[in-house]
Design a protein around this ligand. Structure first.
Ligand SMILES: [Zn+2]
Length: 267
């Protein structure tokens, strides 16, 4: 089992979650709903990761849960699509498009991850971590987290990788090298400026591919982490509550976002 080490590290948290679902231990309510079809070991790993993420945010950023979170683990694409319809009020066709292109979604505390459709344990856990980072981005910025597209997605990927590495998940190391390798294989790369707006980021996913677009974003965020460390990432999201995105970026990283975007090269 690829993620056995994580499960070994976190049995206490797992027990804790089982005991404390729907209680205000974290300062907010946690509801975890698991489709019947999800394999038992898969569910165990995913539950451990959920707790690992709570723990990471508490220890690294001093941030607890202040907003209720509802998490659904679906067992296959069909159930994933149905959950998107039920939870977000999406039409069947909207939900079908989202389900086809994603393995996890998060909106205002409602998080759905399809554990059945990803055939690698580690990728499932990566998607789960990524979506949980979005949850915290939303909580801490009062839902202004999408202001700079590459910061939104790049920090979700960079932190998901960091959390999995910190938790000792096997095969979770070497993300940076893997991202660089992907970019070196690509014919053409987007500029960071193209990824500034969410719309620009989405259109880059069509033009350059999602993998290249997200890897560019994650490597840009890792550059910021090398400058200012992981704490600065959430200083930025917290600053978005009361500042413009440009000011929040400057406060957190001491640079103008436009200058950074112009100068950034992924390798
Ligand atoms: Zn995302």
């Amino acid at each position: 089992m690829k993620t056995k080490s994580l499960v070994t590290l976190l049995p206490a948290f797992l027990f804790f979650l089982n005991l404390c679902l729907s209680s205000p231990v974290y300062g907010a309510r946690v509801d975890l709903i698991v489709d019947h079809g999800v394999a038992r070991d898969c569910e165990t790993q995913a539950r451990a990761v959920v707790n690992g993420v709570f723990d990471f945010f508490q220890k690294t950023y001093g941030i607890g849960l202040q907003r209720d979170i509802r998490i659904k683990f679906s067992c296959d694409k069909l159930n994933y699509q149905k959950a998107i319809q039920d939870w977000y009020g999406a039409s069947a066709s909207q939900a079908s498009v989202v389900a086809h292109h994603t393995a996890g979604v998060q909106r205002r505390g409602d998080l759905i991850v399809d554990l059945g459709d990803i055939n690698s344990d580690y990728k499932q856990l990566f998607v789960l971590c990524h979506e949980m980072v979005h949850f915290y981005q939303g909580q801490e910025s009062q839902d202004r987290h999408g202001a700079i597209g590459w910061m939104l997605e790049g920090s979700a990927d960079a932190l998901a990788a960091h959390i999995l590495e910190t938790a000792g998940v096997k095969n979770a190391s070497g993300f940076k090298n893997w991202w660089i390798k992907n970019l070196k294989k690509a014919r053409e790369l987007p500029s960071l400026e193209n990824l500034h707006t969410h719309k620009g980021l989405m259109s880059a996913c069509y033009t350059y591919g999602g993998r290249v677009t997200y890897a560019t974003s994650a490597l840009a965020v890792l550059t910021l982490v090398e400058w200012r460390g992981y704490p600065a990432l959430f200083a930025y999201f917290q600053a978005l509550k009361n500042s413009t995105p440009e000011d929040a970026f400057y406060q957190a990283f001491g640079a103008k976002v436009t200058d950074f975007e112009k100068q950034f090269r992924p390798f």
